[in-house]
Write a protein that binds this ligand. Structure first.
Ligand SMILES: Nc1nc2c(ncn2[C@@H]2O[C@H](COP(=O)(O)OP(=O)(O)OP(=O)(O)O)[C@@H](O)[C@H]2O)c(=O)[nH]1
Ligand SMILES: [Mg+2]
Length: 360
């Protein structure tokens, strides 16, 4: 039996198994087995390269339009940016990555229009492998489908097969391998997991010696992702394009219940502004305004950083030479009641106004 056949077999076993509390673990172990096989399969195919299309990242953040062929990804790129990517009423109009830039709230957001993803993109069908490695490096994925919901059932699992997990955060788990002594599991009291479950999953990945540290609550899927390794966690939302075309509104809503999506039309421009807003918001960016020596603030061109950035990141973004001469920073801004004097580790907020004071 080939690896692919074995994966198929386990997948059908999962489908046959009723999902409930009692079978949760069984299913978890089957998923672990699939993950392990997928790693094996990947290593067989490594020779095919996989460096992604050569497009360099630019701007403050990068996002990708991902979806089946012919759903309107290129049309959307043209609407969102000043770029003209070729649009055609057939599949695989776009054969390489086309970058465009969306200017929003002072941020330059690079948008990548990609060839359509089809089945087994993760396994290298078509130019799947190249597409996937490009996607792995973006900050946000906008899943594009159309009123027929083309690809909806497959895209997310294709991405997952390629080690791309959407809308989850990496869990605080680490592992130190040892050569003997068995498996020791370390966790604080508040973390509520079954030690036996962890051991069983680890065993599926042939991990039998070492120390596992689990510092927050995790489920079986999180553990599988951890052992599988090479996973990237990327934020995402979905757009349903071609909403200008006749469709059954109720049916669409029903099929999409529980999913975070926006209805758009690249043809009429409907909700394109809302899409831009959502892209910006999903990227979690902050705008920082610099005050110069003369006390003037440049509100036109903010520095754009990711949420959670510190004064150190602000300095780095301005210039390398900034750091050694840094003395302190003065922060004001709409979310600040008083003027603050802070050091490099201080976390900045959106729309903070910063004055950097140097030693010399
Ligand atoms: N009615 C309607 N047609 C659209 C819309 N967006 C795109 N189309 C049409 O759908 C077809 C496919 O559009 P593309 O933008 O080339 O789709 P794509 O997803 O980039 O396709 P590939 O590059 O082949 O993956 C074209 O004929 C477009 O004119 C829309 O919002 N409404
Ligand atoms: Mg296209």
């Amino acid at each position: 039996m080939t690896i692919e056949e074995r994966i198929k077999e386990i997948e059908s076993e999962i489908k046959k198994t009723q999902k409930n509390k009692a079978t949760e673990k069984h299913i978890g172990l089957l998923k672990a087995r699939i993950a392990k096989l997928e790693i094996e399969e990947e290593s067989h195919k490594k020779s095919g390269g996989g460096y992604g299309f050569s497009v360099s990242k630019s701007g403050d953040a990068t996002m990708a339009l991902v979806g089946y062929p012919n759903v309107g990804k290129s049309s959307l790129l043209n609407n969102l940016t000043n770029k003209k990517s070729t649009v055609g009423n057939f599949e695989f109009t776009t054969l390489t990555v086309i970058p465009g830039t969306l200017n929003y709230n002072g941020a330059q957001i690079q948008i990548l229009d990609l060839p359509g993803i089809i089945d087994n993109a993760a396994l290298g069908a078509g130019r799947g492998r190249e597409i996937i490695s490009t996607i792995r490096n973006v900050d946000l994925i906008v899943l594009v489908t159309d009123i027929q919901l083309k690809g909806l059932d497959r895209i997310v699992s294709e991405l997952y097969k390629a080690g791309i997990v959407l809308n989850k955060k990496r869990k605080d788990i680490s592992f130190k391998k040892t050569n003997y002594g068995g498996l020791r599991i370390h966790k604080p009291k508040h973390v509520d997991i079954n030690i036996k479950d962890i051991r069983d999953i680890a065993k599926e990945f042939k991990v039998v010696n070492g120390d596992i540290y689990i510092r927050e609550n995790v489920d079986m899927d999180d553990l599988i992702d951890f052992f599988k390794g090479n996973i990237v966690y990327i934020k995402s939302f979905m757009v349903v394009n071609k909403i200008d075309m006749p469709h059954d509104e109720l049916l669409l809503k029903k099929k999409l219940s529980g999913i975070d999506y926006i209805e758009v039309s690249a043809a009429t421009g409907y909700n394109i502004e809302k899409m831009k807003e959502n892209i910006y918001r999903s990227l979690d960016l902050v705008r920082i305004y610099m005050r110069n020596k003369a006390g003037e603030v440049d509100y036109e061109r903010p520095l754009i950083l990711s949420d959670g950035s510190t004064v150190r990141d602000v300095c780095r973004k301005i210039s390398r030479e900034m750091l050694p001469s840094f003395r302190y920073a003065i922060i004001t801004g709409p979310t600040r009641k008083i003027e603050l004097r802070v050091g490099l580790d201080y976390k900045v907020n959106d729309e903070d106004v910063i004055t950097l004071i140097s030693k010399y």
